[in-house]
Design a protein around this ligand. Structure first.
Ligand SMILES: [Zn+2]
Length: 312
């Protein structure tokens, strides 16, 4: 799923919306406060959860509305990889997971790529794992997008799973959820299934938009920063991800290996102004940590605590 593919918010009518739900879609807490409005008539607001720090829409689109939304999208145009040079993201993920995965020497590695479009990024990641000693890499791809990228290396096998119920249990070395969780109205079970797929010692990578602080600043300057609802229904930043093990029931013990502003999607040679703005905005975060939110996106590398016996 490519987040930047959904450029504009759509206005949803009453019959396209589920009833308001007072509970946070991540942790079920009702301790939520409104942050800003997404649309009027009928009102949909962004609600911040004081328990888990997720920010989510107060009303979710009905499943059939989202199906139509994404269905139209895939019919209208072939999916574009919006990341300038996708090998940058793959290198970035492998660089920050490899040390934690332990010795790969001649092992068969399993990647679960949830929402990974046609598998471009996971296949590039697989190539790097082969270079680093893996014997084979099997990728289980779960995505609406029906096309699969071509693979010219027999050591890489891509299989498609219809949904998360079909993904392997406690077996994945790497689970990717890059720019996808923000699209899922009720992601609690999804997250639990993704973590259940990890083998002990396996790594989970997620990348999510974190734009609410930027939206607040833009409003002061009388600018409109589009949240792209209902394409995006959540906003997840530093505090959410840093507390995810404490506030959510993920079903397995985890440790956060790295939690930072997300990798800049564009490169100077292809999108100079946008790339410069992204680096400048993200820079103060290294010093100010969680207190600074003007970063646009967050990413996290989480490891399932190793030490239990492997089941395969
Ligand atoms: Zn919550």
């Amino acid at each position: 799923m490519q987040a930047a593919a959904f450029h504009c918010s759509a206005h949803l009518s009453e019959d396209e919306l589920l009833p308001p739900d007072p509970a946070c879609p991540f942790c079920n807490s009702e301790a939520r406060v409104p942050v800003t409005s997404l649309q009027e008539n009928p009102t949909v607001a962004l609600m911040h959860c004081r328990h888990c720090d997720a920010t989510s829409a107060s009303r979710m689109p009905r499943p059939e509305v989202l199906e139509r939304y994404y269905g139209d999208y895939y019919e209208d145009q072939p999916e574009q990889v919006t990341f300038d040079r996708p090998e940058r993201l793959a290198s970035h993920i492998i660089r920050h997971t490899f040390a934690s995965l332990g010795q790969l020497g001649e092992r068969d590695v399993l990647i679960v790529d949830f929402g990974g479009g046609d598998g471009t990024h996971s296949v590039l990641a697989a190539r790097q794992l082969l270079e680093r000693g893996a014997r084979t890499v099997r990728i289980v791809l779960v995505d609406h997008n029906p096309t699969t990228t071509t693979v010219d290396d027999t050591r890489i096998v891509v299989v498609r799973a219809k949904d998360l119920a079909e993904i392997p249990h406690a077996a994945a070395d790497l689970v990717l959820a890059s720019a996808i969780l923000e699209h899922i109205p009720y992601p609690k079970d999804t997250l639990a299934m993704l973590f259940a797929a990890l083998r002990p010692g396996g790594m989970f990578y997620a990348r999510t938009p974190y734009v609410v602080p930027l939206m607040k600043l833009a409003r002061i300057a009388h600018l409109d920063l589009d949240f792209t609802y209902p394409g995006h229904v959540h906003d997840l930043g530093a505090r959410f991800w840093n507390g995810v093990g404490e506030h959510l029931d993920l079903g397995v013990p985890i440790e956060i290996i790295r939690s930072t502003p997300s990798i800049v999607e564009t490169t100077f040679d292809q999108h100079f102004g946008r790339t410069l703005a992204a680096y400048v905005l993200k820079a103060p975060s290294h010093l100010l940590k969680e207190r600074y939110g003007l970063v646009g996106g967050w990413e996290v590398f989480i490891r399932r605590v190793p030490g239990e016996a492997r089941r395969h």
